[in-house]
Design a protein around this ligand. Structure first.
Ligand SMILES: *Cc1c(COP(=O)(O)O)cnc(C)c1O
Length: 812
């Protein structure tokens, strides 16, 4: 896009700072992410300020890399002589105004979607339903926030003939800012639930706020009902309903056949692929839009009968030969490719990046140019190897070196050998039609049905929850010891270093070495360093916890031999836990050694609370903190140093935030488990352990189940066998004694003793079949419940989940 510099500057209320700025700006890329590999001389960079990120910190670095146009609210101290700075008072506001400026230069119909549930599904479905007849630009994934909406809007180009954008809000006043950016002509209000309610007084107020998006629509499509009627008397309304025949569009469902009447005339019946209420409601929104747009009935019927489940998350799994696979086998268009490549960069476990890419959804004029720009995008993202699958990609990229081409997924699977892949991160990205899920399973190592799903967004959310309890500037050390509390350390360490935590904590040196080998650059502290691991620790830049004189001397010896200078170390003080650390009596000896050496430097001094989660030991905790403070002061004065001080773990932050000092160490809370029920309510669930029913049988009265005949059947029961047992880490104590799993959302009691690889449940009143999903723990059945029932702690259950259980990481 090309902007007139002056007009643009006026529009966003900025003052231009820079020596000779051009009269026109040629912008190919609008960016708010300093890490994006697309940032170049045609990037317009908005320095946004968030809770934990400040885009202004990266301006000098970006200018170095060639970025020339910056929107800032604070000028850098040193101005780059070729850069142009647009100085504004609020960069987010300027970003939104710039998007509105871009939007205003296009005159195309736009469908705006808001509501609590179903926005993304309705958007994706409409894209599918209307994509044949229109050149659609839509928000990628669920980009519907204060920054996501503008980013989506910047995607609009001359060639598009229809926009479909979703908009989400959580606070009052937000919609006011987003309306001018989207300017929808067709409005869709999806279901309103009471999620994200904090910012609103009542459901009416919430709907009212959402309706701001529709202030100048030609039509508003919503479910028939009294609230919507009373709030929208001034708007052109088109309603739909599954219950009320007064609605403009009335749908009645018999079995899987949905019959539609429009303006009281029966129109058509269609067999629909899913019949749950939420899906049918989302279909009604789509049908209403198509009727309003006067699409032919046949097109509506065919389209609706072919709707598919919308999969929005990108999943990361481990694969053969130390590869990692990112599974994005559900969509293939330019914008979602950009997002997937960003995701690949953030989550790559090995340096080598590979992509397997199908034909892409194309709706412009010059298809060859389009594929060449895709290739350019892949190259600028440093993708080492490119595999293209499909007729179009094969045709247009035929002569490009380094691109391997296959006409079909079958051909790819036949010709490729697994030996060609090792130590690389493979992005598998294709549209649904290509069935790339087959490629994903081709690469998979463990193919058990049992998986531990790890929601990376929730970890991010939980981290921010604890950060919100801290003062600005308090550092965070994230504990990823014990394989990330059982969840998987590599992926989580990647995420956390991306979130700018100051340190990662591992238990043993080899855990740290593994992180380093896969490219984690963050500072890593080894909490239980073993003396024979010191040389390796120094080689891999891992910082030891020093807890005794003997250990310190041993470390100094190794470090001296390697001529280390001021190697960072962390001193552990004993304050009441009696595990390890220096007691008060040992401090003088410690000082005597440290005072005369340059080989190491004390980075931080810390201690650990034994009972921060136990209110009954509050006094004891305060005594620990007092002793710690006294001893840190003593050491710091004697050594004339000012180290980072830290003592709080997760529960410490929750219960003793005023003692956060310079840093806190968060462990279990990141993984969604709080030691206090109120605390836990505010966290998001991270891990879900699930599997599938392998067999169902009827068992007669008086028969017994499992080893030792520990369970006797009374009356006839339906028993389901589930392929997970104590060797997978399910505590045996959870069996036959009140323990249960969830099948289709219902409790199924575990009957009989839990076996090594299997367990049996009573599924009599559940209505389930072989192959149905079984939840062992997760959101609906938190590990804390299991831990409490069998008198252990959630830490033990999480870290015991066996490595044979495959971990799947995903992000919305
Ligand atoms: C494991 C550990 C933590 C984290 O504790 P949580 O209760 O999981 O937050 C903090 N500090 C030290 C020294 C630890 O060993």
């Amino acid at each position: 896009m090309i902007f007139n510099t002056d007009i643009f500057s006026q529009y966003i209320d900025s003052e231009i700072v820079g020596v000779n700025f051009p009269a026109e700006l040629t912008i190919n890329n609008v960016s708010v992410d300093s890490r994006s590999l697309l940032n170049d001389e045609h990037t317009l960079f908005f320095a946004l300020v968030g809770k934990n990120h400040n885009g202004h910190h990266y301006i000098a670095e970006l200018a170095q890399k060639g970025v020339r146009y910056f929107v800032v609210d604070q000028l850098p101290i040193v101005l780059h002589k070729e850069a142009v700075y647009f100085k504004v008072s609020d960069t987010l506001l300027a970003f939104q105004k710039a998007a509105a400026f871009h939007r205003a230069s296009f005159d195309l119909p736009v469908i705006g979607i808001t509501g609590s549930r179903g926005k993304t599904v309705v958007k994706e479905w409409l894209n599918f339903l209307l994509g044949q007849d229109y050149k659609v630009i839509k928000s990628p994934k669920s980009y519907n926030s204060q920054t996501g909406v503008p980013l989506s809007i910047f995607g609009i180009k001359e060639s598009h003939s229809l926009g479909i954008f979703e908009v989400g809000i959580s606070l009052r006043g937000e919609m006011q800012r987003l309306q001018p950016i989207v300017q929808p002509s067709i409005g869709i209000l999806t279901a309103i639930t009471d999620e994200h309610n904090e910012g609103f007084i009542s459901i009416e107020e919430k709907i009212q706020e959402k309706l701001v998006l529709f202030s100048s629509v030609d039509v508003l499509i919503a479910e028939e009902g009294p609230i919507i009627r009373s709030l929208t008397s001034d708007k052109p309304l088109m309603t739909w309903s599954l219950y009320n025949t007064d609605a403009t569009v009335y749908g009645s469902l018999t079995g899987d056949v949905l019959s539609i009447a429009y303006a009281e005339q029966p129109l058509f019946s269609v067999q629909i692929p899913f019949t749950d209420v939420i899906s049918v409601k989302n279909m009604m929104s789509c049908i209403s839009v198509m009727l309003y747009m006067q699409m032919p009935i046949e097109a509506i019927v065919t389209g609706i009968s072919q709707l598919y489940p919308v999969e929005l998350r990108l999943q990361v799994t481990s694969a053969i030969n130390n590869c990692t696979v990112i599974d994005d086998a559900y969509s293939a268009d330019f914008q979602s490719l950009v997002i997937a490549l960003d995701f690949l960069e953030k989550h790559k476990i090995s340096k080598k990046k590979t992509i397997i890419l199908s034909d892409l959804f194309f709706n412009g004029d010059n298809e060859e140019e389009y594929y060449l720009s895709v290739l350019q995008l892949l190259k600028s993202n440093n993708v080492t190897r490119i595999y293209g699958v499909g007729e179009c990609i094969s045709r247009f990229l035929a002569d490009c070196p380094g691109v391997f081409l296959y006409e079909t997924t079958d051909e790819f699977l036949q010709k490729i050998s697994l030996d060609e892949f090792a130590e690389e991160t493979i992005l598998v990205k294709g549209s649904r039609a290509f069935r790339f899920d087959r490629i994903v399973s081709f690469f998979e190592t463990k193919t058990h049905e049992t998986v531990l799903e790890v929601n990376l967004n929730s970890i991010q959310y939980n981290l921010n929850f604890y950060r919100s309890k801290l003062k600005v500037g308090t550092k965070v050390m994230a504990m990823v010891k014990a394989f990330g509390y059982g969840s998987g350390s590599l992926e989580i360490a990647k995420l956390l270093s991306h979130e700018n935590v100051s340190y990662l904590g591992v238990a043993f040196a080899d855990e740290g070495i593994e992180l380093r080998k896969s490219g984690v650059k963050a500072n890593i502290i080894v909490m239980n360093p073993e003396i024979n691991a010191f040389p390796a620790m120094i080689a891999y830049d891992l910082e030891p916890e020093i807890y005794s004189i003997r250990e310190l001397k041993a470390f100094l010896k190794v470090a001296r031999a390697r001529t280390c200078y001021k190697y960072p170390v962390h001193i552990k003080l004993e304050t009441g836990m009696h595990r390890h650390g220096f007691t008060t009596a040992e401090l003088d000896e410690l000082i005597a050694i440290l005072r005369f050496t340059n080989v190491v430097e004390v980075q931080s001094i810390f201690s650990h609370l034994s009972s921060s989660d136990m209110p009954e030991y509050r006094e004891f905790t305060l005594d620990q903190i007092e002793l710690f403070t006294k001893n840190v002061n003593y050491l710091s004065e004697a050594l004339n140093i000012n180290p980072i001080r830290h003592i709080l773990n997760t529960s410490g932050i929750y219960n003793f935030a005023s003692f956060q000092m310079d840093m806190v160490r968060i462990g279990i809370g990141l993984y969604g488990v709080g030691n206090d029920p109120l605390e836990m309510e505010q966290l998001r669930n991270v891990t879900t352990l699930k599997t599938r029913i392998m067999q169902i049988k009827e068992v007669e009265n008086n028969e017994s189940i499992g080893y030792g005949r520990r369970y006797r059947v009374e009356g006839s029961r339906i028993v389901a066998t589930v392929p997970i047992g104590y060797a997978d880490g399910i505590p045996r104590a959870w069996g036959n004694n009140g323990g249960y799993v969830l099948i289709n959302g219902k409790k199924a009691p575990i009957v009989g003793a839990i076996c090594m690889d299997m367990l049996m449940v009573d599924a009599t009143n559940i209505g389930c079949k072989e192959g149905d999903e079984v939840i062992i723990f997760g959101e609906q059945l938190p590990v804390t419940i299991i831990a409490e029932a069998i008198q252990t702690i959630p830490y033990e259950i999480l870290t015991n989940i066996s490595q044979r259980v495959k971990r799947i990481f995903y992000q919305d």
